[in-house]
Design a protein around this ligand. Structure first.
Ligand SMILES: Cc1cc2nc3c(=O)[nH]c(=O)nc-3n(C[C@H](O)[C@H](O)[C@H](O)COP(=O)(O)OP(=O)(O)OC[C@H]3O[C@@H](n4cnc5c(N)ncnc54)[C@H](O)[C@@H]3O)c2cc1C
Length: 424
């Protein structure tokens, strides 16, 4: 019997180190490759922001264009459905009599729900999934997700002794598309929102760009100084800038680790190279944290029994979003975010602390605004970090309040960063 497969791309937008794609290649005689762009992403949600803003929309389109080219080089085709995954995949499964649906697991609770209900609606179809977004497979973790350590430090100590599997090679060939005639007319004709120019953003989407950036970063000596520079408020070279490609899966974390180990062999290992690995373990922690806690990621009380009591002042929140709070370091960071889609880790900590502690607003409004604006938005890292700073997540020390004057003196002693964004 000949097998028709549907590959549902989500946050694994690459061919390298993609065990799910290898699996689909082995199993299927014909394959539909599909990406769903949910129109709901562009609507204002309950926290006052859209799920997808212009920076990541542009980055996503570049990523999908690149993926399409890579698939085309292997005789395949990417179907972009401008429709929510449920009805989009239902239509394709029915139209093409799909036998097996394949996808990479995701830390995104909404995608998990969509996957579960798809399985319920199609009991005769086979469903298969692999983990491609993390360094460790779920089975390799020395604990179940119910027993996920409550803090990063406990997590790190348990996983550091584990080996990280080598990335797998990209498939040389793929099964052919199902039916070329029908693929030229995807089931959802409405036009997608236009992408605009984004001259201020240095991030360019796609696997090709991600791999080139990886080569550039490990081709010089930057990793040797990472620990000293990573906290800077600005500067492309001060941190790795891998986040945007990691977030949509155009780069695999395992590949980053392989290149890091190679760099340590060739050039040398030091505290900074260790620290890059350490930060990637933070990412790993939040991925499993999101898997473990599901919808609690979005609750005001987070993992705690008691909820904070924010003011919920829309005008004050909007001023924070525009970078008009009157707190110079916060306003500079927010204007950078709005213009470029990126903000340093230090900046993210400061603006989150200000929204929660100085302005007394709902941390989820801030998290949702970041979701809209960040080019590197990742559901697990974003909502996990916001919970942490809001004192309702994985921080054993509770609420974090940053002294903005002290932070400004330390990280912008000459005032150049603030001047650039407030006067520029
Ligand atoms: C409030 C807040 C929201 C955040 N939202 C996101 C988000 O949506 N997406 C995102 O990728 N990161 C998020 N982060 C984490 C971190 O700020 C970014 O990963 C980092 O600034 C990206 O720049 P980089 O790639 O140069 O990082 P580097 O310093 O070079 O770190 C290397 C990699 O380690 C990972 N990493 C580093 N710090 C963290 C961290 N604190 N938590 C999780 N992973 C980390 C990232 O994958 C990053 O690419 C958030 C942090 C805060 C405080």
């Amino acid at each position: 019997m000949s097998i028709t497969g549907l590959y549902w791309f989500t946050q694994d937008l690459r061919l390298h180190d993609n065990a799910t794609l290898l699996d689909a290649t082995r199993r299927c005689d014909r394959l539909l490759c599909v990406y769903c762009i949910d129109p709901a992403w562009f609507e204002t949600g309950e926290f006052g922001s859209a799920r997808l803003g212009r920076h990541r929309w542009r980055f996503l389109n570049e990523t999908l264009d690149d993926l399409e080219q890579r698939l085309a080089a292997r005789g395949q085709h990417l179907i972009r459905c401008f429709r929510s995954p449920g009805p989009a995949l239902d239509a394709l499964i029915e139209q093409h009599r799909v036998d097996v649906v394949v996808r990479s697991q995701s830390a995104d609770w909404y995608l998990e729900k969509a996957w579960e209900s798809l399985q319920r609606r199609w009991p005769d179809v086979e469903f298969a999934e692999r983990v491609t977004h993390t360094l460790f497979d779920r089975d390799a973790l020395p604990f179940t997700l119910d027993e996920l350590p409550g803090s990063f430090t406990q997590f790190r100590k348990r996983v550091e002794p584990l080996g990280i599997a080598a990335p797998v090679a990209a498939p040389e060939a793929l099964p052919p598309p199902v039916d070329n005639a029908s693929l030229s007319s995807p089931p959802s004709p409405p036009p997608m929102p236009e992408t605009t120019d984004d001259p201020d953003s240095a991030f360019r989407g796609g696997e090709r760009e991600g791999l080139a950036h990886l080569d550039a970063y490990f081709g010089g000596s930057l990793p040797l100084h990472y620990k000293q520079t990573r906290n800077a408020l600005e500067g492309w070279q001060n941190s790795s800038k891998f986040s945007a490609w990691l977030a949509n899966g155009a780069l695999s974390g395992r590949l980053v680790i392989e290149r890091l180990r190679d760099f340590e062999q060739r050039v040398g290992a030091n505290e900074s190279t260790y620290w890059l690995y350490f930060e990637l373990l933070w990412r790993e922690f939040y991925q499993w944290y999101a898997h473990a806690h599901g919808a609690r990621l979005f609750r005001l009380s987070g993992l705690k029994g008691e909820s904070p009591r924010p003011d919920r002042d829309r005008a004050r929140f909007a001023a924070w979003g525009r970078g008009e709070t009157g707190l110079p370091i916060v306003d500079a960071c927010m204007r950078e975010l709005n213009a470029t889609g990126y903000m340093s880790n230090r900046g993210r900590q400061l603006v989150a602390s200000a929204l929660i502690n100085e302005l007394n607003q709902d941390w989820r409004w801030g998290a949702a605004y970041f979701e809209q604006q960040l080019v590197d938005y990742d559901v697990a890292s974003n909502w996990g970090n916001w919970q942490y700073l809001g004192g309702v997540g994985a921080d054993p020390r509770g609420l974090r309040r940053f002294d903005l004057a002290k932070q400004t003196a330390q990280y912008d002693p000459q005032g150049t960063f603030i001047a650039r964004w407030l006067n520029g």
